[in-house]
Ligand binder design. Sequence first.
Ligand SMILES: *Cc1c(COP(=O)(O)O)cnc(C)c1O
Length: 457
Amino acid sequence: MSAQKIPYKIYLDEKELPTAWYNLRADMKSKPAPLLNPATHAPMSAEELAPVFCEELIRQELDDTTPYFEIPEEIRSFYKMYRPSPLVRAYCLEEKLGTPAEIYYKFEGNNTSGSHKLNSAIAQAYYAKKQGLTGVTTETGAGQWGTALSMACSYFGLDCKVFMVKCSYEQKPFRREVMRTYGASVTPSPSTETEVGKKILAEHPGTSGSLGCAISEAVEKAVTNPGYRYVLGSVLNQVLLHQSVIGLETKAALDKYGVKADLIIGCAGGGSNLGGLISPFMGEKLRGEADYRFIAVEPASCPSFTRGVYAYDYCDTGMVCPLAKMYTLGSDFIPSANHAGGLRYHGMSSTLSKLYDDGLMEAVSVRQTEVFEAAEYFARVEGILPAPESAHAIRVAIDEALRCKETGEKKTIVFGLTGTGYFDMVAYEKFHNGEMSDYIPTDEELAHYAARLPKID
Ligand SMILES: *Cc1c(COP(=O)(O)O)cnc(C)c1O
């Protein structure tokens, strides 16, 4: 093997693009807890979910026994425009750090939306179109999901209605215009277009909005408009399923060169990129075929895994969505202004929560300034300007590589580089000007929100 030097970028052939998504839940002996009806606390049935979500996506959501779902040809054709994505051997970073560790990263920023979210957006748009729907609604905070969904909807000729948290709408005009370029309509939330929006505006005039509020508006818009459904870019099982394409490609690329990963690292907001990246590797671990260490990285300002509670909670502030059992900080917890918008969700994927609770995976939290130090270091050494979210994984990959330098261990580290940071330059500016804060919630604050979790027996 040593004769064959591993290239800087391992590209898979188009023919090696996965033909099926892998459903990790099929290999879990103890399954993630089911979604519950917020009114009755009984498990949600497909019929109950049907007014909100697309039929085929509900089927994927509720299926925890089928290991593989074929990727429809139409989706594979779209994937081929930007996939397989490269797995990069970070030779330059290894050399700069002086580590004996081998470092690889799977780069998902090679598409216009700039992140991995497009992998699920295109699948969700496809199933909505196949069902004969007119359009979909969603919310977006930082804007990555809204951008990805706009691209996917324009490809399939679907109407796309995005409720964008008002402060982002005003602060991120470029993301907004990318969405409009792809034909989406973008409404600042809260708005007067929905009853829930009007109510919030009446109670809090001048509010700059929140993700939870935008979700409530998007759900209302979907259920009150015939031919529309609501779609979500993270947290749900169906999203992890679609994102398994990241892990399947990573595994195929490593296998091609006979490389065995020791440590797999990813940032965790709602858990979709991490869940997708680790899926096939975790599958091997669950089946007893191989062992790996998995590390979820989250911001210290929004520490769902490391300081949250494993309990049933609402997925949104408006409490209209089903209850999910997950590591959560409470649905009305609002994290301090952190520049990694994609990591500010109060909860976590129920699948990853279960794996974490069963001790199959680890989690660490990192402070914002140390994340940006890693982001800038990485940009200068490896060339790619990372999204602040992705830089959480970079931080821990670098820390682990430096640990190897101390111990002399030659570990193989793989991490997910979820996206690029071109729309996050205000955050980089704050970092450069020394104006970035590292707020970490106190135990008292977290206990306050934990005490407000719904009581489910
Ligand atoms: C949304 C986002 C994340 C976090 O979402 P997950 O569902 O946890 O993957 C991470 N990185 C980028 C670039 C994002 O846009």
